[in-house]
Design a protein around this ligand. Structure first.
Ligand code: DC
Length: 202
């Protein structure tokens, strides 16, 4: 039976952490859809056309170890504004969302465009300051040299571009439950998400 949990929100709001945790709890498959755009964006850094890159994407591209860099994040946000790129990645995401056994997808347009019929829709957000602090800690831990102001600017740039685009902009679905994690621990955010999922399962 299909059961889809759609988790959208701005960069570094905690979507990934919450998604991985609830997928584990409920035994659902998890797809970080940002990786599709990151892998596409990464290919364009070598000069590949973004639409060709999206159409030629393979599972191996999603395994590349440099998809988490700020440079790739910006490239992802740029290619994500191209309608043909989004169209090329759509069928895969939709099939994943409705696979048997349940699925959690996190991204920007899962509840609005990819799977408007999702049983659970969450919009995970947090203040700019909290998101920048979290992303900074993550980047420093993985050996990147950066600072708070650079990270904050990067997040704000991406959010502005992701929200302003015409095709599938970042915004909560009308029926999404908004989870502001600014003052929550990881455990509290995960518990809140799990409550919503349990309620929808009943
Ligand atoms: O979630 P992330 O930071 O890895 O996503 C990288 C970029 O990809 C993000 O800035 C916008 C784009 N993206 C998108 O447009 N739609 C999605 N469903 C997921 C990501």
């Amino acid at each position: 039976m299909a059961f889809t949990v759609a988790i959208d929100g701005p960069a570094a709001a905690g979507k990934g952490t919450v998604s991985r945790a609830v997928a584990e709890t409920f035994g659902f498959a998890h797809l970080d859809t940002g990786l599709l755009y990151r892998a596409t964006g990464r290919r364009t850094l070598d000069g590949t056309d973004p639409i060709d890159a999206a159409r030629a994407l393979t599972a191996a591209d999603l395994e590349a170890d440099d998809l988490r860099t700020p440079e790739v994040a910006q490239a992802a946000s740029r290619v994500a504004a191209i309608a043909e790129v989004r169209a090329a990645l759509m069928d895969f995401q939709r099939a994943f969302a409705r696979r048997a056994g349940g699925a959690v997808l996190d991204g920007r347009d899962i509840g609005t465009v990819i799977c408007p019929e999702a049983e659970v829709k969450l919009y995970v957000t947090a203040s700019d300051d909290v998101r920048a602090q979290r992303r900074l800690a993550e980047l420093l831990k993985t050996g990147h040299e950066t600072d708070y102001d650079t990270v904050l600017e990067d997040l704000r740039n991406r959010d502005a571009r992701d929200s302003a685009r015409i095709d599938a902009p970042l915004k909560p679905a009308k029926d999404a439950v908004v989870l502001d994690t600014s003052k929550m621990s990881i455990e509290e955010a995960v518990a809140a998400a799990e409550r919503e999922i349990r309620a929808a399962m009943r």
